[in-house]
Design a protein around this ligand. Structure first.
Ligand code: PMT
Length: 417
């Protein structure tokens, strides 16, 4: 299903090597039925020919505020847009937008619109990390601009690699789809289906110390777990979020209590403390399967040669919840790189979970650290494949499924929902 069929998308392309990806993005957006009006900045025209984009878009590329056939192209484009996507969004356009500067067609159009704006930043890591850029990005984030990426990976120039690579066109198209899916659904005024429910969510990756300064960890950013927690809170639940990371929770969601932990053992204790009092536990965290049994109390010195690190298993928290649950719904995730559904079904049974959210973390834009995810919901009644979409939207779909499980359980036990 396409949520953007018939939508008017203004696609702003700025000057950066990632401009070539705008071609694929245009193809994906028009392929999904959107009407795409491209704008190229002067910088973009150094990287990409107008003819290529014009041929794939729904209208010819526009480049100038002073196009004689249309005296005020920026107001026409800005007012008529259902969404404006800027990909790649350079430090320059981000700076202009954050500071109200409009000196070309794209920056003027961005100021002349009330449509949502999706930015896909792309720049070198040093630029992305510069305090001026950080400030501008934070300002736009705070104002509610939508952002996809940047990702970490290969950058232009001499084999450089780091944060700053533009998100893949599929992820940007998915973010635009999600935006309209969210607008169409009642997410803006979410159901209160979970009012009166107590929910436990875990988020982030655990860190198992090797010595006071080193640890064994993983790439979980906590985004997925936070979105699951925030969606439950929006639906009215009281949420305990056991997390290894500090992320912002929207100010209006005062019904989330964050418990900060680092290690698998700490997560285990925090979860065990509240599990008996909750209706649902969702284990989105990436928990280490092993911890270091001979962690050093002082920093290990290089001069002593490679340390002999001895590992022992951690408690499988999800499996323990599955063993000890009474009326709770227990939900786990499965992060797999192969045999996704077989492994997820195995976890459903072995950990006695009620639902497994399976993600193939080897697929592009899926799983660790991305803003998007693509999951299959696996439970006793079968599998539900969800498309690649924002983690917020994924969290909403997970709660839609859990609400069905809660309703079934209430019907079976005679408890009112
Ligand atoms: O945080 P993000 O950057 O947004 O990334 C999201 C994610 C990839 C971390 C998330 O979508 C996800 O897949 N989380 C589960 C990661 C994981 O540890 O998967 P697993 O297949 O190894 O574990 C299966 C389940 O058992 C998980 O629910 C896990 O929380 C749980 N587990 C695992 C080990 C352990 N010792 N105790 C556990 O409870």
């Amino acid at each position: 299903m396409s949520y953007i069929a018939g939508r008017r998308v203004v696609l702003g392309v700025c000057g950066g090597i990632a401009a070539y990806k705008a071609v694929e993005l245009t193809r994906l957006l028009t392929g999904a039925g959107a009407h795409v009006s491209p704008i190229m900045t002067p910088g973009a025209q150094r990287f990409l020919g107008q003819t290529t984009l014009s041929a794939l878009a729904s209208e010819p590329v526009q480049t100038s505020l002073w196009d004689e056939s249309s005296p005020i192209p920026h107001t026409r484009l800005g007012q008529n847009a259902d969404v404006i996507v800027v990909a790649p969004a350079t430090a320059k356009i981000i700076g202009k937008l954050a500071n109200g500067i409009s000196d070309d067609l794209l920056s003027a159009t961005l100021l002349a619109t009330r449509a949502p704006v999706v930015l896909a930043p792309a720049m070198h890591t040093e630029m992305w990390e510069h305090p001026a850029v950080r400030l501008n990005v934070k300002r736009l984030d705070d104002w509610g601009f939508h952002r996809v990426g940047p990702d970490e990976g290969r950058l232009a120039g001499g084999g450089d690699s780091g944060v700053g690579r533009m998100a893949e066109p599929a992820a940007i198209a998915a973010a635009v789809q999600s935006l309209f899916a969210d607008l169409l659904s009642d997410d803006l005024a979410p159901s209160r289906e979970l009012a009166g429910r107590r929910i436990l969510v875990t988020a982030g990756g655990t860190r198992e110390p090797i010595d006071p300064v080193r640890f064994i960890g993983n790439a979980s950013s906590g985004k997925m777990g936070y979105e699951v927690a925030c969606e439950a809170a929006r639906r009215g639940a009281s949420v305990v979020l056991v997390s290894t990371v500090d992320r912002a929770v929207p100010g209006e969601l005062s019904n989330i209590d964050v418990v900060r932990v680092d290690t698998a053992d700490q997560m285990h204790r925090a979860v065990a403390e509240v599990f008996g009092a909750v209706d649902v536990a969702v284990m989105a965290a990436a928990v280490a399967d092993f911890k270091v049994s001979n962690a050093a109390s002082e920093k290990i010195k290089k001069a002593g040669g490679p340390p002999n690190i001895v590992l022992e298993p951690t408690v499988d928290i999800l499996a323990e919840l599955g063993r000890t649950k009474t009326t709770q719904i227990v939900v786990g995730f499965a992060a797999e790189t192969h045999s996704l559904l077989d492994n997820a079904r195995g976890k459903l049974v072995q950990k006695n979970a009620d639902l497994i959210v399976a993600n193939d973390v080897s697929a592009p834009n899926v799983g660790f650290h991305y803003d998007t995810n693509q999951v299959t919901l696996v439970d006793a009644s079968g599998d539900v494949d969800l498309p690649l979409m924002s983690k917020q939207r994924t969290a909403a779909a997970i709660w839609d499924r859990i609400e069905i499980l809660l309703a079934r359980r209430s019907a079976a036990t005679g408890r009112s929902t």
